[in-house]
Design a protein around this ligand. Structure first.
Ligand code: 3HC
Length: 287
């Protein structure tokens, strides 16, 4: 099995940027593909800031930061990913956009052995695989936010993914990136989000019903259950738009009330409140 030496990441946002950072820090050459020059500039600035923060914290030397930066390239042209051993898509949770992207990616990436992966939280991998001519090399490789900190990667083969692809992705995640993997079937939400999202939605319903304040709901779970952060702060971190998209996918798949997004979530999005990334959600952030 060829080691992944050249990685492509599509989308340089919270997740894509984190994946690119972890890959480059592991010695892999990474190209991040963004929709336009402004997004590429913003993604690069965020990554540089994160690497400088790691230097300040003593986790990277200045020389290691410089080497990591030299392995990170940015483009707005999908065709620049032609020589990649693996491409991980990390764009917004929009099924139509992802299907189009996978069809294009399949034409662009020249190596017939290359893996085409998605960091989707909830969109069926089988649909993405079917948009390509190499469904055996398509799988879900799902990271967790913040990617440099959280150790888990969910591996999600579709009914069409080959065992060799899953093994190669597992070796990449564990031996190259130093992560731990779990394996889930191709069902919406996989393991973690299928459990996490109903919990986050319940907290929003609790707030919406006037049952308790946001601070007390979060404090309850932090101090009462030793969670690193409460559900409303975590919703803000995940992004309220992303949370809503995942909830909608889960609801479409299972049609169970536990996955139905509460009206407050939609109202907040209507008001432009997307959580930490937009500066305001259940809490206010100084980005
Ligand atoms: N990048 C790099 N490092 C970061 C970071 C980031 N974005 N955010 C925090 N860190 C590092 C800090 O530098 C610090 O490192 P140190 O211990 O070496 O000094 C460490 O993480 C702890 O950070 P802080 O002291 O600033 O703050 P906390 O102790 O409150 O930790 C947290 C912050 C790591 C975000 C922690 O609260 C946490 O793990 N929260 C839960 C996050 C979670 O559940 N994520 C999963 C979301 S679900 C998901 O992603 C799936 C998707 O499909 C929705």
């Amino acid at each position: 099995m060829t080691k992944i030496e050249r990685l492509g990441v599509i989308g340089g946002g919270q997740m894509g940027g984190g994946i690119a950072e972890v890959g480059a820090r592991a010695g892999i050459d990474v190209i991040v593909c963004e929709v336009n020059a402004e997004a590429a500039r913003a993604g690069r600035a965020k990554l540089w800031k994160s690497l400088n923060h790691a230097v300040q914290k003593g986790k990277l030397t200045e020389a290691e930061r410089d080497e990591t930066q030299s392995r990170l390239h940015f483009t707005t042209t999908l065709a620049d990913l032609d020589d990649r051993h693996m491409v991980i898509e990390a764009i917004a949770e929009d099924e139509g956009l992802k299907l189009k992207l996978f069809a294009e990616l399949d034409k662009v990436v020249a190596d017939p052995e290359a893996i085409l992966a998605s960091n989707t939280s909830s969109i069926p991998i089988a649909k993405l695989a079917a948009a390509t001519n190499r469904p055996q090399q398509v799988l879900g490789v799902h990271f967790f936010n913040p990617v440099p900190v959280l150790k888990l990667v969910e591996l999600v083969p579709s009914l069409l993914t080959s065992e060799q692809t899953v093994e190669r992705a597992a070796t990449f995640a564990t031996e190259q990136l130093g992560k731990e993997t779990i394996r889930a079937k191709d069902r919406s939400g996989f393991i973690v989000n299928a459990l996490l999202v109903p919990y986050l939605l319940s907290a929003i319903r609790m707030l919406e019903g006037g049952f308790a304040s946001a601070e007390d709901i979060d404090k309850g779970m932090v101090l009462g259950c030793a969670h690193p952060m409460g559900p409303l702060r975590l919703s803000d971190l995940v992004g309220l738009d992303t949370l809503k998209a995942i909830a909608d996918s889960l609801y479409a798949e299972y049609a169970e009330p536990t996955y139905a997004a509460p009206p407050l979530l939609q109202r907040m999005l209507d008001a432009g409140l997307k959580g930490k990334k937009s500066g305001k959600g259940f809490y206010t952030y100084d980005n």
